[in-house]
Design a protein around this ligand. Structure first.
Ligand SMILES: [Zn+2]
Length: 214
């Protein structure tokens, strides 16, 4: 589905297959966020084909974090496509047995990232997984949250390297952004400033006391 100009979402609809939503940002370059599971990649391939694109037309693949359901399809991308993730996420993937096929071409750190005419802000938002990042695209007021926050829910903190305290702090950073589209790794998008604000409020009311005790 097209969320906004140059912003496409390949939303996963089958809850039996735990795949991740993949997002495509197009401008003078094509950027893919979280390619998902390897065996379920046809979902993305089909979505790209509808836009007359294919994996070899993707200039950069950006990972929100190192969980297998977000990153397993990375090795399908060949040079000159560039792969990027945070340094901590790369370490985490190595610790989990990931080999050189998952090695990034560059690391994503806190701050601005420019690819062609697309400018993204990288926010380090740990708590769900080591080195989790969120991507904010100011031109569209779009926030790609990975598994930090979803529509009406938050990421798990019971997996290796998870921390409720850090996740709460990360979400509190996100609340301050001007967001029109909240695009998470699982579930549907939250669209509209009011809906995004309400979602943050609901998450704070329902989950923050739980996270404080975690
Ligand atoms: Zn995850």
């Amino acid at each position: 589905m097209e969320i906004a100009e140059g912003l496409h979402a390949f939303i996963w609809k089958n809850p039996q297959a735990n795949n991740t939503n993949t997002y495509l940002i197009t401008g003078s370059k094509n950027i893919l966020v979280d390619p998902g599971h390897l065996q379920l990649f046809d979902h993305v391939r089909t979505g790209l084909a509808r836009l007359n694109l294919s994996p070899d037309r993707i200039d950069a693949v950006l990972l929100t974090h190192g969980h297998v359901d977000h990153m397993e399809a990375m090795p399908l991308f060949r040079k000159p496509t560039l792969l990027a993730m945070s340094r901590e996420a790369s370490q985490f993937i190595r610790e989990c047995g990931g080999d050189d096929r998952f090695a990034p071409d560059f690391f994503l750190g806190e701050g601005n990232l420019r690819i062609g005419d697309i400018s993204l802000d990288i926010l380090l938002t740990p708590g769900h997984s080591p080195g989790s990042i969120c991507l904010y695209w100011p031109d569209r007021k779009a926030l790609f949250t990975g598994d930090v926050i979803f529509s009406q829910s938050i990421g798990r903190t019971d997996l290796p390297g998870g921390s409720g305290k850090l996740l709460k702090e990360s979400i509190q950073r996100l609340v301050k952004l001007d967001v029109e589209y909240l695009l998470s790794g699982h579930g549907g998008p939250v669209i509209g400033k009011k809906a995004v604000r309400d979602n943050f409020r609901m998450v704070a009311d329902c989950w923050f006391s739980y996270l404080e005790g975690d």
